[in-house]
Design a protein around this ligand. Sequence first.
Ligand code: GLN
Length: 225
Amino acid sequence: VIQQALKRREQGEPVAYIIGSRSFWNLDLAVTPAVLIPRPDTELLVEWGVERIRRADLDRCLDLGTGSGAIALAIKAECPACAVTAVDRSTDALAVAQANGKSCQLQVTWLEGDWFEGLLGQRWPLILSNPPYVRDEDPNLHRGDLPAEPREALAAGPDGLKDLKHLIATAPDFLEAEGYLLLEHGWDQAAAVRALLLTAGFTNIETRRDLAGHERVTGGCLDHG
Ligand code: GLN
């Protein structure tokens, strides 16, 4: 078994896929090649979400593009009273997320859909997402663990902003007044994301840095009534 695992590793398969799990926050999550391997950077997004939920005593939130379910489950673990809904368009990813919910004994509503597609008419006080944000031509797509990960969870057009643009443009229709949108993005995309949020009518726009000091998560509040 060890020989086999070493061989797979030599051939470039990520450790997380070989052992089938990765820890994130305080959870042990199953991962398969159907989902992005959770990154420690994303805990910054979870922290910010938890802070919003506690400060405003929110009773629900939405995680878009949940993949393994990492963000949704970490938030549910911290904020048991908050109803968490998580969406992914990949059936295979949702199966992994659902299994993670079971094994962690955390109740999340899992929905299949393309971003906001299945949520028409709903409004949320908090929406979080770690969307794909890597440029199509980024050489990093060919390095490290990335080649083994689902490309649709990583790459987002020539500027890497395709999905971030869609989320920011569409979120206002799905946010309550004073609702927050929190987005993970690439280390060099914060200014672009802030500009997009401003154009879409967001206020209180703020960027937070990851442990490496890179601008990694940007969020804003929607002022509409
Ligand atoms: N942070 C990941 C990476 O660059 C990308 C994750 C994503 O696209 N959401 O490896």
